[in-house]
Design a protein around this ligand. Structure first.
Ligand code: AP5
Length: 223
């Protein structure tokens, strides 16, 4: 199978993690989730975690000098796989350029950018109802509730609300998205890499559309 390298792009709460989990359960892609890598560093209270926590709690991006090297190291380490799905990286043009530079050094291509679009008012509703397990599984109290309230379906551990899912922080994260991350849409669109998905549809529908696009990209890549 030829390599497929993809990015999941979209505002906070668009469903990137939901789709990423579903896709990588069957697609042989290395799933690299920047937010999870940073949250693990915070839990472990590592040097990176201590530096990143304040920015994350405030809804700001963690500075590029902390994030870029860390994520590119992961991308470089995945050379032998069938490709990657990057969730949460790049988050601004500088990160996009750094990724391009690293891929070109490795002689690898970016094959597609999957943009999940959801309006701001829906984002606030989604993120305030989101609950997560310690292993990163994602639920919603209304749209995707666990079988037992407050408990993870797989291991029964308590579900929690992320610190950055409080209304004030959600609004700050949305502002950061529009200001710093949304310019990446044009950056990838002009290179013909962008694929748009209506993220307001039910998660199963979004998944079906994304899978169809991935199949098409695989066929194109095989030609
Ligand atoms: P990160 O963890 O990447 O957060 P985010 O991009 O803000 O994305 P989220 O995880 O909040 O949302 P999602 O799109 O994955 O939605 P989900 O599937 O959970 O980053 C966190 C922080 O880390 C950043 O603020 C920043 O500080 C730092 N950071 C990360 N990357 C960085 C970088 N590259 N540079 C610098 N700093 C960085 O879905 C949301 C909810 O909606 C869930 O409850 C779900 O069940 C529900 N849902 C999903 N799909 C649907 C649907 N179709 N219909 C109804 N409900 C749905």
């Amino acid at each position: 199978m030829t390599e497929l390298n993809l990015i999941l792009l979209g505002p906070p709460g668009a469903g990137k993690g939901t789709q990423g989990e579903r896709l990588t359960a069957s697609e042989p892609l290395e799933y690299i989730v920047t937010g999870e890598i940073l949250r693990a560093a915070v839990r472990e209270a590592s040097e990176l975690g201590l530096q990143a926590k304040g920015y994350m709690d405030e809804g700001q991006l963690v500075p590029d000098e902390l994030v870029i090297g860390l994520i590119l190291e992961r991308v470089r380490a995945e050379q032998a796989t069938d490709g990657f799905l990057l969730d949460g990286f790049p988050r601004n043009i500088a990160q996009g350029e750094a990724l391009d530079g690293a891929l070109s050094q490795l002689g690898r291509d970016l094959n597609g950018v999957l943009l999940i679009e959801v309006p701001d008012e829906e984002i606030v509703r989604r993120l305030s109802g989101r609950r997560v397990s310690s292993s990163g599984r994602i639920y919603h109290v209304e749209f995707d509730p666990p079988k037992v309230a407050g408990k993870d379906d797989v291991d029964g551990t308590d579900l929690i609300q992320r610190d950055d899912d409080k209304p004030d922080t959600i609004r700050k994260r949305l502002a950061v998205y529009h200001e710093q991350t949304a310019p990446l849409i044009g950056y990838y669109e002009e290179r013909g890499l962008l694929h748009r998905f209506d993220g307001t549809a039910p998660a199963d529908e979004v998944e079906a559309h994304v899978r169809k696009t991935i199949s098409t990209l695989r066929l194109e890549d095989a030609v």
